[in-house]
Design a protein around this ligand. Structure first.
Ligand SMILES: [Zn+2]
Length: 377
């Protein structure tokens, strides 16, 4: 039987605007939904479209402070008595905007609802595209992220006594999630990302391995700018499958940011959507009993729609043809689901990227694998 899979979305998630010049454009979620609808992705018997609910304040408080939640509410309704800078809001990455509280609560509620559908065994996999906001911190906004839905969803699984593996393939380090679970062995966090030497937030080095009982449960795979599919998948396969097999999670949470795409305007990696989909297929091969996928970064809007359509296809075991359905191609002038081919990167840069990835892999084999009874190569 094909994997029972839910897709959580409705248009309330895609209409807010952070600011006119902000790269985070929620309308990309509607593009993704439109493309999936064009392919008839929700017609299959094992595939369900679910309209998400808002998070409760208690759910938000499982990670965020009451003062911060109150600040988000006040700033989102234009309360000028609140100092935005006290919680890292202001012009730039984290502008307060109208409707911010509702948008953040809906995105978080969607992730928690998806987790609950998995806990109650209604589905085997769920994709909450509006979330994956992995930078948000307990008391401040960070890196376009207001509430940290990955952390809050993981805490929902932990409340059931489950062990959780979190794998973050966004181009940026999943620092907020790492921070939340740095000292516990109940959550294994793995983040593959463009090195913090070149990109926000400047963290995510192999030496960040966790603390106390969490030592060995925080895994970081920094990669070089212009890392292409081949190098990326090599690093992924050298690190992720064996750690997940050793850890044996009850639930797998994957953050599927696609700002590692070669067209992405704010990062420097060079993945194609088909390379990205191969990484998602690696998760599927591990046959997770409960698989929660979250969205994440992605600033080339149609690359986001194409990549997440492919991801949902992998999750729900559907194949979509390369020709974009007419409803979408007419509206948005996009012709093919796939990118042309592997990105053209100079040979020397390609070699440098491979050497960089291998250094990260070797560091993980040396300093992380022993904590899991594994031997590196
Ligand atoms: Zn990102």
């Amino acid at each position: 039987m094909a994997r029972r899979t839910a897709f959580l979305y409705d248009d309330r998630m895609s209409h807010h605007v952070l600011s006119d010049s902000h790269p985070m454009r929620p309308i990309r979620l509607k593009y993704t939904y439109d493309l999936l609808q064009g392919y008839g992705a929700f017609d299959a018997e094992n595939s369900r479209l679910v309209s998400p609910r808002f998070a409760t304040e208690n759910e938000a408080m499982s990670y965020h402070t009451p003062e911060y939640i109150e600040a988000v509410r006040a700033l989102g309704s234009g309360d000028s008595s609140m100092n935005p800078a006290a919680h890292n809001f202001g012009p730039g990455d984290n502008p307060p905007y109208e409707g911010m509280y509702d948008a953040a609560m809906l995105s978080t509620g969607s992730a928690v609802q998806a987790a609950e559908m998995l806990i109650s065994d209604e589905v085997d996999a769920a994709f909450s595209i509006s979330g994956g906001l992995h930078h948000a911190m307990p008391n401040y906004a960070y890196g376009f992220c207001v509430f940290n839905d990955p952390v809050i969803a993981i805490k929902r699984f932990l409340a059931e006594g489950m062990r959780v593996a979190y794998v973050d393939i966004d181009c940026h380090h999943g620092d907020g999630v790492q921070h939340a679970f740095y000292d516990t062995g109940a959550v294994l966090t793995i983040s593959l990302h463009e090195s913090g030497a070149y990109l926000f937030p400047g963290t995510g080095f192999p030496q960040e391995t966790g603390a106390g009982l969490g030592r060995g449960y925080s895994v970081n795979v920094p990669l070089y700018p212009y890392t292409t599919d081949e190098v990326y998948l090599h690093a992924f396969r050298e690190v992720v499958p064996r750690l997940l097999e050793a850890f044996q999670p009850d639930a797998l949470v994957t953050q599927l940011g696609i700002d590692s795409h070669y067209l992405d305007p704010i990062t420097h990696m060079a993945l194609t959507v088909q390379g990205f989909a191969e990484a998602v297929a690696e998760f599927a091969k591990l046959s997770p009993a409960k698989w929660l996928a979250l969205g994440g970064g992605g600033y080339d809007l149609h690359a986001v729609a194409r990549a997440w359509t492919l991801a949902y296809g992998v999750m729900s075991e559907q194949e979509f043809g390369s020709e974009i359905p007419e409803s979408y191609s007419t509206a948005y002038d996009v012709a093919s689901l796939f990118d042309p081919a592997e990105v053209n990167v100079q040979d020397q840069v390609r070699k440098d990227a491979l050497a960089f990835a291998d250094a990260s892999v070797q560091a993980i084999h040396r300093i992380i694998y022993p904590a899991h009874g594994l031997q590196g190569i």
